[in-house]
Design a binder for this molecule. Structure first.
Ligand code: ZN
Length: 193
């Protein structure tokens, strides 16, 4: 499936909730499989239905152990990044636990080639339905909490550029070329003074 880029109206619209019947339908079950493949091929750790042009409150998430194998241990520790198994989040309600004061760079498959520093809450609680339409509560912290905040934003028509520090926006190429090894404190000093 094709991932849409910013400028498509669907990325700015409130997505529609799904009924349990709709969730259990063959169409939705197939959609989940296509979204899983699209996310893997991208590759990404999350994909929301609006990103493939569908205004539905559904997102898939998976952060595989392979995504972490080349990253230094201290970087993973700082980001509190651990593997997250594949799962589906439908009709979510998110509550942030504490202020959005954890700052890291993030990117989005719908803003290909760019990255920026985005403050997010360290912990969240999400009340949602799973792929079978069963109620589920997710308590997440660290990088997983960031992924949830990013994907659930998509279902409300919000993109990370609405929450970023605008002066930190850069190409992924330049991030890798100049800033990859710098700490967030050093980067804040450089870009935000
Ligand atoms: Zn995104």
């Amino acid at each position: 499936m094709k991932i849409v880029q910013v400028g498509e109206a669907v990325l700015r619209q409130q997505a529609k909730a799904l009924t349990v019947e709709e969730i259990r339908s063959r169409e939705t079950q197939e959609l989940i499989e296509w979204m899983r493949e699209t996310m893997h091929d991208a590759p990404g750790v999350g994909l929301a239905a609006p990103q493939i042009g569908l205004g539905l409150q559904l997102a898939v998430i998976e952060d595989k152990p392979e995504n972490m194998k080349d990253a230094p241990a201290d970087l993973l520790k700082e980001r509190e990044r651990k593997p997250v198994p594949f799962h589906v989040v439908i009709n979510p309600m998110i509550s942030l636990e504490g202020a959005a004061d954890v700052e890291f760079f993030e990117g989005c498959l719908s803003l290909a080639g760019f990255t920026a520093m985005v403050p997010r809450a360290r912990k969240v609680r999400v009340d949602c339905l799973d792929h079978k339409g069963n109620a589920k509560v997710i308590e997440a912290s660290g990088w997983y909490a960031r992924i949830l905040q990013h994907e659930i934003d998509h279902l409300k028509g919000t993109v990370y550029i609405d929450r970023m520090y605008p002066r930190t926006l850069m190409t992924v190429d330049n991030f890798n070329r100049h800033w990859k090894s710098k700490s967030m404190a050093e980067m804040k000093k450089e870009f935000l003074g």
